[in-house]
Design a protein around this ligand. Structure first.
Ligand code: ARG
Length: 460
């Protein structure tokens, strides 16, 4: 197949090389941004007098036609093309003749591809942010309905202290909010145009980089042409943001899997978001949550693949960098797919408050409160800790919980116990007493929900 760069070569490339070298099968998804970038470039070429206004109009109009023809399906992207950039330019030249050959003046595919990915990723970041935001909003809705749903909080997966389902699930709202802020930061940092950097050393034409940057909605231009074409930090940064976000979704999935098991049964997934077993008729499996957990591993793989690909590259552009696309596209596709399934799964799941409460009643999660009770009566914390430990040991042997002990039994450990101990270690008291900022007290959590919602609104 004839190549645009064929002048220097004595032979056509081998078919196998053509397939190996080609990126069109995956970079075709950037066609809109490639064409948009070319339109801005053509306008700039006319502005500085490199092409005439008539030539600009011919090029710009035909590029617009190419865009709409691809979108309508009239123009099928040729899988034999080397990449999307070559394809668009070839079609343009075929359609408008030699005027089309002027488009690539003062430009290289190196700055072109760096531009296209930035434009494409900026749009995808917005798409991901709006999904994460929706997910966080669903979390705040669930929290609002469970301000007083007492459950055991865990450390080491052992029942630890009383919390509510609202308090617990809001932890994820905060993770998602940080995810959004990270994604937005990444977008801010990549919002500079590399167009005009050329192959690596700009050009001798007096081009106007600021003009194209403005046309394309960038804050400004990148400042070093070698960096401009060899920088993929923004791809790695986004992959890291997505990996982190997937890690959050994966941890939440793990808990959904755990909490929907009969061992916990704190939640029940809607039938539409669970699957059955081919052999065991009783099974209802949390496949979605498991797949999200699994895909988190895959996306972390995309991220590490990108780091490995970049870490040894000399400046400036190297073809290795073509490998950035499949990895980042995979991460983007997967996180979007995960969120689109995860959100309705979350929305439709049932919270079984009674089961949380009965687990909360069984795990000595008010033991710290017994110790704190003694401290408030004047005992040093370490002594109070030990006295309570002895009480717990006694309870375990007897098969009861702390609040079931008689006052006499309490007093057998220390005389500091009085009648008010029962009220002091009631789960609701323990919960409401924790009104320190960040704590599970229902009013405290309510305030937190309101604040997070306001934060999310700002992300519109
Ligand atoms: N398809 C290439 C990529 O994705 C475009 C840039 C090619 N540049 C070059 N000099 N071969 O990286």
């Amino acid at each position: 197949m004839a190549k645009m760069w064929e002048g220097r070569f004595k032979k056509c490339v081998d078919g196998v090389v053509n397939d190996f070298n080609s990126s069109v099968s995956f970079d075709m998804r950037m066609y809109k941004w490639d064409i948009t970038g070319s339109i801005a470039h053509a306008k700039m070429l006319a502005k500085v007098g490199i092409i005439s206004e008539e030539e600009r109009d011919i090029i710009v109009n035909e590029l617009k036609n190419i865009l709409s023809d691809i979108e309508s399906g009239e123009l099928v992207i040729d899988m034999n093309a080397e990449d999307i950039h070559m394809f668009v330019e070839e079609v343009l030249t075929k359609r408008v003749g030699s005027v089309g050959k002027k488009l690539h003046t003062a430009r290289s595919r190196n700055d072109q591809v760096a531009l296209d990915i930035r434009l494409y990723l900026k749009e995808e970041i917005d798409n991901i942010v709006s999904l994460v935001r929706e997910c966080a909003e669903v979390v705040t809705d669930i929290a609002e309905e469970n301000l007083e749903s007492v459950m055991p909080g865990y450390t080491h997966l052992q029942r630890a202290q009383p919390v509510t389902f609202a308090h617990y699930i809001m932890a994820y709202a905060h993770m998602f909010s940080r995810d959004i802020s990270r994604l937005r930061d990444t977008k801010e940092r990549m919002n500079f145009s590399p167009l005009g950097a050329g192959a690596l050393a700009t050009t001798t034409y007096d081009i106007d980089r600021e003009f194209t940057a403005k046309e394309l909605g960038f804050y400004g231009v990148t400042k070093n042409s070698i960096d401009s074409v060899s920088d993929r930090d923004f791809v790695l940064e986004l992959a890291s943001d997505i990996a982190l976000l997937m890690m959050h979704l994966s941890r939440m999935s793990e808990e959904i899997i755990l909490f929907s098991s009969w061992e916990f049964k704190y939640i029940e997934l809607d039938d539409a978001y669970a699957t059955g077993s081919s052999i065991m008729p009783q099974k209802k499996n949390p496949d979605i949550a498991e797949l999200v957990r699994g895909k988190a591993g895959r996306v972390i793989g995309d991220m590490t693949g990108l780091f490995a690909m970049m870490k040894g590259l000399p400046l400036a552009y190297n073809k290795d960098m073509q490998e950035d696309k499949e990895a980042i596209f995979d991460a983007i596709d997967n996180v979007k797919m995960c969120l689109k399934t995860f959100i309705p799964m979350l929305k439709t799941m049932t919270v079984i408050k009674e089961n949380m409460l009965s687990a909360a009643k069984k795990g000595f999660i008010n033991a710290t409160d017994v110790a704190d009770y003694l401290v408030k009566k004047g005992m040093p914390f370490r002594d109070a800790y030990k006295a309570t430990g002895n009480l717990v040991k006694y309870c375990i042997d007897k098969g009861v919980v702390l609040e079931e002990l008689t006052l006499g039994e309490f007093k057998s450990v220390t005389d500091s116990f009085e009648d008010d101990v029962y009220e002091a270690i009631d789960l609701m008291t323990c919960l409401k007493g924790r009104k320190v900022i960040g704590g599970p007290n229902p009013d405290t959590v309510k305030t937190d929900i309101e604040e997070v919602r306001k934060e999310l609104e700002r992300y519109e």
